[in-house]
Design a protein around this ligand. Structure first.
Ligand code: ATP
Length: 707
């Protein structure tokens, strides 16, 4: 037996825990109206995954929990568990027994357990669908729905058939694939829209980044050029400066040396100059004395001249005027004496010679002139003394003059040497000045370079010295190139790091979106293929089974109606509604029913009686399960509208099919009850809760209850 037992607690009217052993092929559930029989089929449908409260005959999910009565308090939760025998491996799990439990609390929380492990409701629906079971379709036929197959729309009929054929799994897969396809298409649309949205901004950012990259390239070229241009200049200027500095030190050393020499020369000159006064003073004194003597000599000569003139006149007049001669001699004596006192030796000598001549002449006329021998001797001595004195004076003068000449020469030499030294020092100073000027010029050039660099936002320390300079004739062109680069940089502007970051982020986002689009396109293609394949499988399986179902349907129609015929056909649908899977699903044709009842011309199903509708539905149900027998069927009062004869036929058919399918039947019909292996009675206790009784059906139609 596939279904082993059902446990209910707090579910609808089953307030207390009940266990329903399902140890039989045909289990009939009987009992008075409102005792809770259908609540059992509701529980089974609920366990099989029903989501819609309406299909469980409750307004809200909470209505599934025992509401309480006057005498019995309400339950906090409802729970229903169905145990399956899985020894045949019907379910693809490694358990001999499978239990599926569903629980709902008053706060609306629902839980589903597969072998006591909590799973999602969706997992359980899939789990059953894989094994061709489900809450919909014909596996569980509710009370009052015995004619469901007839009442349903063509498409609903198809769903019922598909479920019993086990195609629901494909349908679920297809629905899932379609859902994913829809999702993917929505996402694709969104991603494509986002790409379109960011495209203009991205291309703006790309342009900016390209400009920035150009900027970096220009910047690099500029830096290299500046390094070379300025670095070369700085290097050569610095080299010149250091050479200049060396030279300056050299020149300064020379200058101090020369100054030293100059000082020495000056000292020498001063020393020489200081040696001047004695000789020069003496010479001056001699000169003064000589001048004085000369003046006196002049006076004497004049007097002598006068005497000589008178002597001459006297001689010419006839003799020497002795008186006059005496006067002359006396005068001469006085003058000579004076001249001697005055030491004017040269004048004295001259006068003396003249006097001597006069005296000689006078001597020749001695008898005529008074004797002047004493005076002449005295004069001769004086003359000799004068001459001696004059000779000494002249010797001194000569001595002093030659000393002065030496001094002058030395002085001149020393002066010239000093002048020479001064000129040399001056020459070095000139050179030093030139060097300093040159240094200033070079330093100014360095300042100029520093200023130019600082205008370009760089410092002189940054440029690499000696990168290799440009020849002079190229410099102008290089300078122009530098300016061109700077202008280009200025026109590009500063790099905005925010823009760079935004560009990176937008680029990454764009890449992500593009790869998402490609992933989505791929998955859309895959999903479409999958949907197509699933459609193919559904179509193939359905078409294969449909033919057999049709044959069986016709056969069962004949059995149920003692003749007549029945035929299921595929609905005619418009094609070409769309290309995708979802649209194709719309094109799936539903199932139409054509019947032909004996002795009746009714073709319209609506015109059938309630019982006839049930019979057609039952014929269809058995046609289906004959082609694809389900492991169990739950039928809730499908016999309600049947007369005794048809109910008996149903009982017979159930018995026949019970070999392959386990039946749980809620019934009031005795003929159907008779077909059952196990009979359960459901009663309502005085407290208002359902109770289960196991009943034994006696051949006489008596029932005995077992509590
Ligand atoms: P019939 O033979 O008339 O079809 P039945 O035996 O199938 O009757 P059910 O429809 O299974 O009866 O049970 C209906 C009973 O269950 C009602 O008496 C109803 O009050 C009771 N019931 C339904 N839901 C709850 C609930 N949440 N709490 C308590 N009782 C409930």
């Amino acid at each position: 037996m596939f279904l082993k037992r059902l446990e209910l607690q707090g579910f609808k009217s089953f307030a207390d825990k009940i266990t329903l052993d399902l140890d039989g092929n045909i289990i009939a559930v009987v009992g008075p109206n409102g005792s809770g029989k259908s609540n059992i089929t509701d529980a089974l449908r609920w366990i099989l995954g029903e989501r819609d409260a309406k299909n469980l005959r409750s307004g809200r999910a909470e209505d599934l929990i025992f509401a309480g009565t006057q005498n019995k308090s309400r339950a906090g939760l409802a729970q229903a568990t169905l145990f399956f025998d899985n020894s045949t491996g019907f379910f693809p799990v490694d358990f001999n027994e499978v239990s599926v439990s569903r629980r709902i609390s008053r706060d609306g929380t629902t839980q589903v357990f597969l072998n006591k492990s909590e799973v999602r409701l969706k997992d359980i629906i899939d789990f059953f669908a894989k094994s061709r079971l489900g809450a919909r379709g014909l596996t569980t036929v509710n009370q009052g729905e015995s004619d469901i197959f007839i009442r349903s729309l063509p498409m609903e009929r198809r769903v019922m058939i598909e479920e019993i054929l086990g195609l629901k799994e494909f349908r679920l897969k297809k629905a899932e694939a379609e859902r994913r396809l829809k999702n993917s298409e929505d996402n694709l649309e969104k991603a494509a829209a986002l790409i379109e949205e960011i495209k203009p901004h991205l291309s703006f950012l790309r342009r900016q980044v390209t400009r920035y990259r150009n900027r970096e390239a220009i910047m690099q070229s500029l830096t290299e050029l500046e390094d070379r241009f300025y670095g070369g200049q700085v290097w050569s200027i610095n080299r010149e400066l250091s050479e200049l500095e060396k030279e300056r030190q050299e020149v300064e050393r020379e200058i101090s040396l020369k100054k030293e020499e100059e000082r020495t020369s000056e000292e020498e000159l001063i020393r020489i100059k200081n040696s001047e006064p004695a000789a020069a003073e003496s010479l001056k004194f001699i000169k003064l004395r000589k001048d004085d003597l000369l003046a006196k000599k002049g006076e004497l000569q004049k007097e002598l001249g006068r005497i000589e003139a008178r002597l001459e006149i006297g001689a010419r007049q006839g003799g020497v005027d002795v008186v006059r001669l005496k006067e002359i001699v006396a005068e001469a004596k006085r003058l000579i004496g004076e001249a001697l006192r005055e030491e004017d030796f040269a004048a004295v000598r001259g006068k003396l010679e003249s006097l001597s001549e006069l005296f000689r002449e006078t001597d020749e006329r001695r008898e005529e002139i008074p004797d002047t021998g004493e005076e002449r001797r005295l004069i001769a001595e004086k003359i000799a003394e004068l001459e001696k004195g004059m000779a000494e004076l002249e010797k001194d003068e000569e001595g002093f003059s030659s000393g002065i000449r030496d001094f002058n020469e030395k002085f001149r030499q020393a002066f010239l040497t000093l002048e020479g030294k001064k000129r040399e020092t001056e020459a070095f100073i000139q050179r030093l000045n030139r060097l300093l000027l040159n240094k200033e010029r070079l330093e100014f050039r360095l300042q100029e370079i520093a200023r130019e660099l600082s205008e370009a936002g760089r410092s002189i320390g940054e440029v690499k010295e000696g990168v290799g300079s440009f020849p002079e004739e190229e410099r102008e062109a290089v300078k122009r190139q530098i300016l061109r680069y700077r202008q280009e940089l200025a026109s590009i502007g500063d790099i905005d790091q925010g823009t760079v970051k935004e560009a990176e982020e937008t680029e990454a986002r764009h890449e992500f979106l593009v790869s998402q689009v490609s992933d989505l396109e791929k998955s859309i293609a895959d999903l479409k293929t999958l949907i197509k394949e699933l459609d193919g499988q559904i179509h193939e399986n359905f078409s294969a089974a449909f033919k057999s179902i049709n044959e069986e349907f016709d056969k069962f129609m004949k059995i149920m109606f003692d003749g007549g015929s029945g035929r299921l056909s595929m609905e005619k649908v418009e094609t070409g509604l769309g290309e995708n899977g979802a649209a194709e699903a719309d094109r799936v044709p539903g199932v139409e029913i054509d019947i032909d009842l004996p002795r009746k011309r009714i073709k319209n199903l609506e015109a059938l009686s309630g019982g006839e509708k049930s019979l057609v539905s039952i014929a269809a149900l058995f046609a289906l399960i004959s082609v694809s027998p389900p492991p169990f069927l739950v039928l809730d009062e499908i016999d309600a509208t049947l007369d005794e004869r048809n109910a008996r036929r149903l009982g017979e058919m159930i018995k026949k099919f019970a070999r392959k399918t386990q039946f749980i039947i809620v019934t009031h019909n005795r003929a159907v009850m008779e077909a059952a292996d196990i009979l359960y009675g459901v009663t309502m206790t005085p407290e208002g809760a359902s109770r289960i009784l196991s009943l034994k059906l006696s051949p006489e139609g008596q029932t005995s209850a077992k509590l």
